[in-house]
Design a binder for this molecule. Structure first.
Ligand code: TZP
Ligand code: MG
Length: 209
């Protein structure tokens, strides 16, 4: 379990989301620009391919001492000795993750409705993903659009670190932080950028502002 959550700019990456460069290049550039936490989210890869990509990514991130989170796949997370795992409401629940991976350092859980906040699953998580803050083409099977008022509401009800995800970009990063988010998570704002390092740097500047 993490005692603190110092992360501000969280890259959620997949090979498919990277439009101009190989995902490993994008990840390295993003870290150079100011990303301080990375999640590998491979929805369509087999466990073998997912694991291979995770090892490759971790090797790069280790050089910069940036932690790796694995989306959903507990086996991959454990095999690569990731920093943690992120799960949603239709994945293995956080209480079971802790039973099956006693040393998990950072366990993220997506929040899709307010009732979830009272659950043991939410209390078990190290950080909460506010998912999604704004509608996004990157993930369309979502059930809510929290908006700034949603972040404010969750902030008033929970002490957990809040990670804002869903159409986060330079234009809205600062107001999302002001509404109570601790960290901004992005896919396309960095993965689809012509210059991922510059995109990360600009986002980081907005968050710090
Ligand atoms: N979970 C909620 S929204 C989302 C995920 C993985 C996708 C965010 O992608 P983008 O491109 O940053 O809007
Ligand atoms: Mg999931």
């Amino acid at each position: 379990m993490v005692n603190s959550f110092p992360y501000k700019l969280y890259l959620v990456i997949s090979e498919e989301a990277c439009k101009h460069d190989h995902f490993l290049t994008v990840a390295e550039q993003a870290v150079k620009g100011g990303v301080d936490l990375v999640q590998l989210r491979e929805k369509n890869a087999s466990t073998a391919i997912f694991q291979q990509k995770a090892f490759q990514l971790k090797e790069i991130l280790d050089r910069y001492q940036v932690p790796l989170i694995i989306n959903d796949n507990l086996a991959v997370a454990r095999q690569v000795e990731a920093f943690g795992i992120h799960v949603g409401t239709s994945d293995v629940p956080p209480t079971q993750i802790r039973e099956r991976w006693e040393n998990v350092q950072c366990l993220g859980y997506s929040i899709e409705d307010l009732q979830q906040l009272e659950s043991l699953e939410t209390k078990t998580a190290d950080y909460l993903g506010v998912s999604p803050v704004f509608k996004t083409d990157t993930k369309t099977d979502t059930i809510i659009e929290w908006g700034l008022s949603g972040i404010e509401k969750i902030r008033s009800l929970s002490q957990k670190p809040l990670v804002a995800i869903g159409n986060m970009k330079i234009e809205n990063a600062n107001e999302v932080i002001k509404a109570g988010a601790d960290c901004i998570a992005v896919v396309s704002a960095i993965c689809a950028a012509q210059n991922p390092a510059k995109a990360a740097e600009q986002l980081r500047n907005k968050i710090e502002k």
